[in-house]
Design a protein around this ligand. Sequence first.
Ligand code: DAH
Length: 338
Amino acid sequence: MALDKAQIEQELQQALSQISAAVNLESLKQVKIEYVGDKSPLAKANQLLASLEPAQRAEFGKLIGGARATVNEAFEAKSNELSLQRDLIALQEEKVDVTLPARTALKGGLHPLTSLINEISDLFIGIGYNIAEGPELESEWLNFDALNIPADHPARSMQDTFFVEPLEAKLVLRTHTSPVQIRTMLNQKPPIYVICPGKTYRADELDATHTPVFHQVEGLVIDTNITMADLNGTLDYFAKSIFGDDVKTRLRPSFFPFTEPSAEVDIFFNGRWIEWGGCGMVNQKVLIACGVDIEKYSGFAFGMGLERTLMVKYGITDMHDIVEGDVRFTQRFGLGIK
Ligand code: DAH
């Protein structure tokens, strides 16, 4: 191929236009191979210089050298421009907004019933009580007979109590925490100061105010010189610890087979009297059945529903909220794991 000025100019323009058309570093790399490197038309033209007359060689050498320098410069400039562009795009795409709030993992929460049981346990342990426990599957004798509940008592009917098969085994799902009183008296010598929080069962349908599985806390004190006044003071302390110092308590005469005298304890909370639980002096028949010396000892007992306590304390109107286990309900109480 002969050298021709117009041809060189054309190759130069072609190379420049290809360089300027490159949209990214990859396409520029391709342009480099074809128009800038050793195989480019201008490099090939350069190789032809050797075959020229010295005078022509100088002239074309200058022309081709100038064209190649122009191409190299254009290539360098374009390469810098595209590198910068690539970095800007990367910066944009990988941008992290450090001012965004961190995504926090949802914390678990204690169910308010669990927190209430912990709170009650703490406040009684604080005045010297122990926590007593008994099984949820209980003998009919401890659940009823030992508590002086007669065989024909309506609570013992199938409608109220879950009897567990085989029926000859005489086992029930305990209908209250009171059998733990009996277990404690059979196993410990007075003085006895215990509370027993726990799960209890009754054959009720789940509705706004009932649940077949619920919770109670039982209290039992057996010691010398225990009177109704001790019961009164203890319930007052209990109520004030749970509902606040402004709460008032009162005892209303009532009847339970295992206490004599018996009373309902009411609290005055949020402007009205509300029934809270049952209580009384432990019936001497029960003390005797448990081998307690009634010449020396007397005692009191009380029992409250914990769902009811929660409902009153927090103004919960639907039992479903307590039993359904929806974390949004639990979170409302702001009760984190301590
Ligand atoms: N056990 C009773 C119930 O479930 C509650 C109760 C009443 C417990 C009086 C007591 C008590 O200890 O003295 O309805």
